[in-house]
Design a protein around this ligand. Structure first.
Ligand code: PGA
Length: 249
């Protein structure tokens, strides 16, 4: 039985001081919930978030990392730096990084492989544009993204990964995918993983939906068989996040 996992993607929001304020609001509301909870905060907020969440059931994640151990990469953050700070998860290949920061399927794969070397759990993002959906190529597109992201990833690592299906047209738009649309693609992703690995791996990997998830639509989405959680942007910055985490109460 896969336990649900709700991940807040704070994006480029909240200074360290503001992060502590948000954590003090959310922590009592989402702590010790049935679902696992992760806050993916901006790099500079990581130390204070780790400190504020120490001893709680909530984990801290990053939103990106470099695929090299260290070196002349001005402005980048290495996986070792994240690990040393107590980060447990890292978002890889978010569509905003693919769109604005030249992230490709190749760099996504390199980052996924490197994350495992540092015991960081990658949250691997995939998703189609509205044009691709209308053209009818969503399933092929997603399959390709998943196959490339998992290239050379051994089964024992793959089993611990998280995949986030985030249709680009649903991110930050208030236009949420229907639960049937989301389930169709999440189920497809599971089948692709079954083809790459085996039944055991496919049944173990958690697959999230992301894109305008909020307290009002979470229950329906999270009740779908192949949707094991949510990657939440806008609503992760508000008390409404607690309604998503506690969707079945
Ligand atoms: P949203 O963002 O919930 O604001 O649509 C989701 C995401 O980009 O991860």
């Amino acid at each position: 039985m896969r336990n649900k996992i709700i991940i807040g993607n704070w994006k480029m929001n909240k200074t360290p001081k503001e992060a502590l304020e948000l954590i003090s609001t959310l922590k009592p509301l989402v702590e010790n919930s049935e679902a696992e909870v992760v806050f993916c905060v901006p790099f500079v907020d990581i130390p204070c978030a780790v400190e504020a969440l120490k001893g709680s059931s909530i984990s801290v994640g990053a939103q990106n990392m470099h695929f090299e151990d260290s070196g002349a990469f001005t402005g980048e953050v290495s996986p070792g730096m994240l690990y040393e700070l107590g980060v447990e998860y890292v978002i890889i290949g978010h569509s905003e990084r693919r769109q604005y920061f030249a992230e490709t399927d190749e760099t996504v794969n390199k980052k996924v492989l490197k994350a495992f070397e540092y015991e960081l759990i990658p949250i691997i993002c995939c998703g189609e544009t509205l044009e691709q959906r209308e053209e009818g190529i969503t399933m092929d597109w997603i399959k390709n993204q998943i196959v490339k992201a998992f290239e050379n990833v051994p089964k024992e690592n793959a089993m611990t990964a998280i995949v986030a299906y985030e249709p680009i047209w649903a991110i930050g738009t208030g236009k949420v995918a229907t639960s049937e649309q989301a389930e169709e693609v999440c189920g497809h992703i599971r089948n692709v993983l079954r083809e790459i690995y085996d039944d055991e791996t496919a049944e173990e990997i958690r697959i999230q939906y992301g894109g305008s998830v909020n307290g009002a639509n979470a229950k329906e989405l999270l009740s779908m068989e192949d949707i094991d959680g949510g990657l939440v942007g806008g609503a992760a910055l508000k008390a409404d996040f607690a309604n998503i985490v506690n969707y079945n109460k």
